[in-house]
Design a protein around this ligand. Structure first.
Ligand SMILES: Nc1ncnc2c1ncn2[C@@H]1O[C@H](COP(=O)(O)OP(=O)(O)OP(=O)(O)O)[C@@H](O)[C@H]1O
Ligand SMILES: [Mg+2]
Length: 349
């Protein structure tokens, strides 16, 4: 008989269209999926990543937890978009203690005001009298609002992470055996596309682009004179009466806008980091199944594009869900899985 399961670790990904909860537990050195739940948010509750109606978001989360009857209310959650600024900077020391002391002083030169942000950093590379770091500045007001929503929903925030870093952790857990040295991760949601460039396991660059699923729906509604609800169904291939060629043209043109933005961003990054090579792209997020996006990426970036499976390394036997349902949800779970695996795994119930 193996070890007992650890206590539940809950990753709560509050997106602008869906809240995703991933409940994991650890046993015998492996993460097991214990529960997964999604709740769609009322329209207008979160617009372009900004919370407009905290009460409505909290209510959706509370309802989701009531349904699941979990014995755990501590969650790991994440912020993204305008709530965080991530910048690669160089600090003129390779001494870790000195770095920790100097980082906020150095950060002052790159950020409008340090009073309004919580600072953190990831070391990219250390040596020859300097350290390259990714500076992470989370806006305090947004962090507080996020915590307030969780508390309103009856939850206790354990960690507030950044979505694109959670995406990186999810990739690290699930990456294929013959993974490239440098991996470009794209998580294409409703309002945002999170970009994370990982090299040998550590994030070297992240940025959130504000073109994603909503832009496809809005363009289909506008160009094909559909209601937003019908445009959403058309986009998912669930509205047979719409002209497939006209729909494809609309989706193609938004995919090109999105990929243009991604390609400019990556082009700039790889130009300034010539030691790294763009060799493979991994997709996740609710919008990542749109074939127009994969085609535009392959054409423009000329590298293989594949889908990240956030559940690949999880034991799924205890989740109570069948594999087909899990496979349908999987693209939306990347951030939630990445959040949940930051949970303490050494505490048994
Ligand atoms: N089968 C599908 N085909 C196309 N698009 C889909 C499909 N299923 C979901 N989507 C789209 O995926 C998006 C939701 O994905 P996701 O849950 O990753 O976003 P989110 O986290 O709520 O948003 P964000 O992180 O951008 O704030 C919506 O735009 C939805 O229309
Ligand atoms: Mg999201």
């Amino acid at each position: 008989m193996g070890e007992e399961y650890s206590r539940l670790s809950l990753g709560l990904d509050i997106g602008s269209s869906f809240v995703k909860l991933v409940a994991l537990s650890r046993r015998d050195g492996r993460w097991a999926l214990k529960d997964v739940a999604l709740a769609s948010l009322p329209e207008g509750a979160i617009v372009d990543g900004d919370v407009m109606d905290s009460g409505a978001v909290a209510e959706s989360i509370e309802a989701l937890f009531r349904r699941l009857e979990l014995q755990e209310n501590r969650v790991i959650s994440g912020i993204s978009g305008r709530a965080v600024i991530v910048k690669p900077i160089r600090i003129p020391t390779d001494d870790p203690d000195e770095l920790a002391q100097n980082v906020s002083w150095e950060a002052e030169q790159y950020l409008p005001s340090l009073n309004d942000v919580n600072l953190d950093y990831h070391v990219i590379e250390r040596g020859a009298g300097q350290t390259r770091v990714l500076l992470v500045a989370a806006k305090r007001e947004r962090l507080e609002n996020h915590r307030m929503i969780l508390r309103l929903a009856g939850l206790e925030p354990l960690i507030i992470d950044v979505d694109s870093f959670a995406l990186g952790n999810c990739y690290e857990l699930n990456r294929p055996a013959e993974a490239p040295r440098t991996a470009v991760l794209l998580n294409i949601g409703a309002a945002l596309t999170n970009i994370n460039v990982l090299c040998e396991g550590s994030p070297h660059f992240t940025r959130d682009v504000s073109i994603a699923g909503n832009n496809f729906t809005e363009a289909a509604a506008r160009e094909l004179s559909l209601s937003v609800a019908d445009a959403e169904r058309a986009k998912r291939g669930e509205l047979p009466e719409v002209d497939p060629l006209a729909l494809n043209d609309v989706l193609d043109s938004v995919a090109e806008d999105l990929v243009g933005e991604i390609s400019r961003t990556l082009g700039h990054f790889f130009d300034t980091n010539p030691e790294l090579e763009l060799s493979r792209v991994f997709l996740s997020g609710g919008s990542s199944g749109l074939p127009q996006i994969t085609m535009a990426l392959e054409k423009t970036l000329a590298v293989p594009v594949e889908h990240l499976d956030p559940l690949a390394e999880l034991d799924l036997d205890d989740s109570g869900m069948n594999r087909d349902d899990l496979a349908t949800l999987a693209p939306q779970l990347a951030v939630g899985v990445g959040l949940a695996i930051r949970g303490a795994d050494d505490e048994l119930p």
